[in-house]
Design a protein around this ligand. Structure first.
Ligand code: MLT
Length: 258
């Protein structure tokens, strides 16, 4: 382990092969709740809050993607799990990529949800520092207002998402933005993954563009790529049955490998 880890808050449902759900930037384990009824009979679902998010401690950043991955690995150690499937949403996908880079032996499979393999572009880096300044000047509400408007295709989840984001500590948001800005490109890593993986992408995603998802999915066959119409950046809320189906495909792959 490269970094001192943070003891993460988590929730756990069901029994069976462990599946760990890693939420995106400024969100929390709550986003995965709609998926639980579809899967809890099939697997052991573990839902942590990342450092700086939800009910977990929020030390000062920066939080590298590797650091956040190793917090989750420490949770696996605590629960005595040798291997698990990781499901990574957006920033959670970047964290899962860091895990695949540094500790692939602890992964049985990966489900990427509304994420990308690319490092930040120069425009994205500029936008990140602007957001950091805005948070320092105006607090986290500015992010909650902006993101909750754009996360989903329909507005059904807007209030829930606003409340989750608005609850995220300032140190958690800034630490994550700094960490995302310094993450390496993982395109090559994803192209060459030797473990089973799936990708779920919303056709109306305003954070993880569809063209990038399609390119990322190039090594996958049709049964491992789930592109969902009328869904934005939050497929686990907007189409939980599709996310559950993707994970079931992965569970079957893992079972057939063992
Ligand atoms: C997320 O939802 O985790 C973010 O949109 C990721 C990012 O800002 O790159």
């Amino acid at each position: 382990m490269e970094y001192p880890f943070v003891d993460l808050y988590y929730e756990s449902y069901g029994q069976g092969f462990p599946v760990i759900f890693i939420h995106g930037f400024s969100l929390s384990h709550v986003i995965w709740e709609p998926v639980i009824p579809y899967l809890k009979a099939d697997a052991r679902l573990i839902l942590p809050d990342l450092r700086g998010h939800g009910n977990s401690p929020a030390p000062e950043g920066p939080y590298s993607m590797r650091m956040m991955a190793e917090d989750v690995m420490a949770l696996m150690d605590k629960l005595q799990l040798e291997k698990a499937i990781w499901v990574g949403h957006s920033m959670g996908g970047y964290i899962s990529q860091a895990m695949a880079r540094h500790h692939p032996e602890r992964l049985a499979g990966l489900a990427f949800v509304a994420t990308r393999p690319l490092a930040d572009s120069p425009e994205k880096l500029k936008a990140r520092s602007k957001t950091i300044n805005q948070i320092r000047e105006q607090g986290v509400r500015v992010v909650a207002e902006d993101m909750s408007e754009r996360l989903t295709y329909k507005s059904d989840w807007k209030v829930t998402n606003f409340n989750i984001i608005n609850h995220t500590p300032q140190s958690g948001m800034i630490g994550s933005l700094q960490g995302m800005a310094s993450r390496p490109d993982s395109s090559e890593l994803v192209r060459n993954l030797s473990l089973p993986w799936v990708l779920v992408a919303g056709q109306e995603d305003r954070f993880a563009p569809l063209e990038i998802a399609r390119e990322m999915a190039a090594p996958l066959d049709a049964s491992h790529y789930f592109e969902v119409p009328k869904v934005g950046h939050m497929p686990m809320m907007e189409a939980p049955e599709v996310v559950a189906q993707a994970i079931r495909v992965l569970l079957a792959d893992v079972e057939s490998e063992n």
